[in-house]
Write a protein that binds this ligand. Sequence first.
Ligand SMILES: Nc1ncnc2c1ncn2[C@@H]1O[C@H](COP(=O)(O)OP(=O)(O)OP(=O)(O)O)[C@@H](O)[C@H]1O
Length: 479
Amino acid sequence: MKKILIVDDEVNTALLLSKFLTRNGFEVSTASNGGSAMEQLKNGEYDLVLCDFRLEDTDGREMLKSIKSQYPKTGVIIITGYSDIKMAVELIKMGAYDYITKPLYPDEILNTINKAIETHHALVTEPQEELAAVSSKSSKEKQVMASEFVVGKSKASKELLRQIELVAPTTYSVIILGESGTGKESVAKSIHLNSPRRDQPFIAMDCGSLTKELAQSEFFGHEKGSFTGALYTKIGHFEMANGGTLFLDEVGNLSYDIQAALLRTVQERKVKRIGSTKEIDLDVRIIVATNENLMDGIQKGKFREDLYHRFNEFTIYMPPLRDRGGDIMLMAEHFLKIANKELGRDVQYFAPDVEESFINYRWTGNIRELKNVIRRATLLTEGDTVQAKALPLEISNYTKIAPLIEHSHSHQTADTSSAPVKEHHHNRSDLKNAALEAEYDTILKVLREVNFNKTKAAEILNIDRKTLYNKMKAINIGK
Ligand SMILES: Nc1ncnc2c1ncn2[C@@H]1O[C@H](COP(=O)(O)OP(=O)(O)OP(=O)(O)O)[C@@H](O)[C@H]1O
């Protein structure tokens, strides 16, 4: 039975979640703060931690760091409010499996948990099972790629496809550069699947969450008893990927020492498990991904130039979703089909104002954010059409809020009365949304009148400053 730890200081939420997951066949424990969660993790091996981002004694970021360094085989899902979405995207870069936004919906939680556990299966199995898990994964992934990769019709997508097709058949190492969630790993997989190595393993390794201590073992493996804690022989990722492709995500995060060891391995094309004298011949194609410019890392002395040149035989720049024009709706429709299948729904269309919001929104979390938003919207839709009320307010109100966000970022000095606020087309008939919209309109209007002076705005609105801050946060205005 899979073990889950819920970390949430809202006792009722934790209790409800715990009951729901127990009913669905999980063994569940709860902790109301970070400290007691870490204690519980010491006493038993958990498959997954479901952790609220805001805790009384710490936050999701710190929890993720501690769990990843001490219990690397335990998956972490972060529960967050939509206003923390940028943070959630950061956390995925740091190794969280996924995030779930509040309010929580049981089907969505169960779905995310099942997927996380499936993904982590290869990690939590015993090492002798590892290779078998990996090779079966490579053929399974092929089917996934064939049906799940949307090529897109925009100019940017066509160029991307051209580059994939160009580099795939070669043995070149590739650097894939792009914002989080733009599809770097998906592109790495399609390069692999379009290469002569397609029948060999594709191994993805998340370097962003690797501690210095773990990195050696993860890359090179170790023999049983080679150091305290090496209870069994571990096969490293190089060895697992032998004959195929090794994808190193967030490669800019590797420590300098590990970079040196990596360079040696790539140059010599041989690997030795820690504690072993036996050299294993390697034939591995390397694809790396990063969302920061590695040249900056080189200038700051954080990234080795020689390693960079080893990797940089070909570079692919991933376009952000906001620059992919018509692809946004193409992908939205694709994700709608997937969500329908996952959730047993039959939602067919997007309302025109939803499409408009999708096109205008900035999608800082890119394709991953779109996928998650659509999964949630599908869940919330009762008829056959996704309406704006099924979207997070940050997205459905984006055209209205965006100029104000930009304004508040420009140090609140300019004359706000001329800030362009686009006409709002939402045709909402339910009372709750109408009330919310009226509230936003009033808050935004007053904030402009007082040039974003929050004390004055709170006075005029006749609410206290804290309430104003909370409301501003909920609609993502300022900080
Ligand atoms: N072309 C595509 N068609 C369909 N789904 C895609 C496509 N590209 C990415 N996705 C989906 O979007 C999500 C994010 O993609 P992926 O993990 O490849 O992004 P990434 O850039 O590697 O993210 P990160 O920077 O966080 O590592 C995944 O669920 C993936 O399946």
